[in-house]
Design a protein around this ligand. Sequence first.
Ligand SMILES: Nc1nc2c(ncn2[C@@H]2O[C@H](COP(=O)(O)OP(=O)(O)OP(=O)(O)O)[C@@H](O)[C@H]2O)c(=O)[nH]1
Ligand SMILES: [Zn+2]
Length: 369
Amino acid sequence: MNNHSETESSGHNSVQGGSDNIPGWTEELELAFSAYKGPYLAGRVSSRHKTVCEILVPGAVVQAGISGALQKIGKQPVVGDFVVLLDQPETGSRMIVNILPRKTCLSRGAVGDGGGEQVIAANLDTIFIVTSVGKDLNLRRLERYLAIVYSSGARPVILLNKTDLEGNPARLVEKIQSIAGNVPVVPLSALSKTGLEALIPFLNPGETVALIGSSGVGKSTLINSLLGETVQRTGGIREDDEKGRHTTTVRQLFLLPNGAVLIDNPGIREIQLGDSAEGLEKTFSEIVDAARNCKFKDCTHRDEPGCAVLQAVEEGLIPEERLASYHRLTDELAFQSRKSEIGLKRLEKERFKKIAVDIKKYKKSTGKL
Ligand SMILES: Nc1nc2c(ncn2[C@@H]2O[C@H](COP(=O)(O)OP(=O)(O)OP(=O)(O)O)[C@@H](O)[C@H]2O)c(=O)[nH]1
Ligand SMILES: [Zn+2]
């Protein structure tokens, strides 16, 4: 507990200073944090704004800036991060000075020139991929989401929502299961609150679950149903985001009564395929298995002779559209990594340009020019 100004508690059970410990805190984190002696606090990032983060500390939600040293080395705290705060009672402020080791990491290939990956959220145990009956149901899109989730290290679970609108949900579950391997597929209706009990095994105390899925599939409705109340989703603070646009931010971390944490973050919802090479292999494991028997080691399974994958398609063991989807996603990945490589090269060039200018300045100042 501390005596600084704290965010007012608004009463319901989203994380608003209602928790006596840090949700998701583990013994490993305790150990990592024990290295810090002095006026340090541990906390968890519940939302991220341009320059400040909202942090859950035992019994409160506080705001903290990000230390210059952390920014200098390019370490950016994200939602779900466990962080070390330097408490500065004399100024009444707190500063994030380090990020504790991440267990899992949801990222996307950065857009723009920067290259590299952009981490969106950390320490997610499970990700609910939400889809719904009707026209949102798209196996190819689900494959894409699966690849993303696999590469994050979190466990994927597919939720088929709005089953109240479907006469035969079991048929759809079967269809999804055909591309999902061992990933659980849970039919439910967030609106009529049926089937929610099947989610209990994935909502364990201390575990963190995030939701992804297209707009309109019912993610907000599901969160509300799980929390058993209507959470205010409007009236958030307006603040500049990274692009300098105004966005409405809302509370993004919710604590279930049993101690499970739900994260609903716009950046997570909109995730694109990033650096998911490993994720693709897990998503299309039957293709990877078949590929072991291809004649050429670097077979692309398009038109090579002796391709075991094409053979499996020919024999009807692997659906043609499944291979097409694999090709589409691997092409996309190759394109993105080329793009970020170009971005990195450009960065490098700029860095050298700056060094050259610095040398010039130095020579000038020392009269060597
Ligand atoms: N029939 C039916 N409608 C549902 C169900 N769940 C959600 N809806 C409706 O679907 C619409 C979209 O639901 P939201 O919860 O806002 O969807 P979302 O995924 O949060 O959408 P975004 O915020 O745009 O990403 C709303 O009109 C909901 O009432 C369900 O189980 N059955
Ligand atoms: Zn092949």
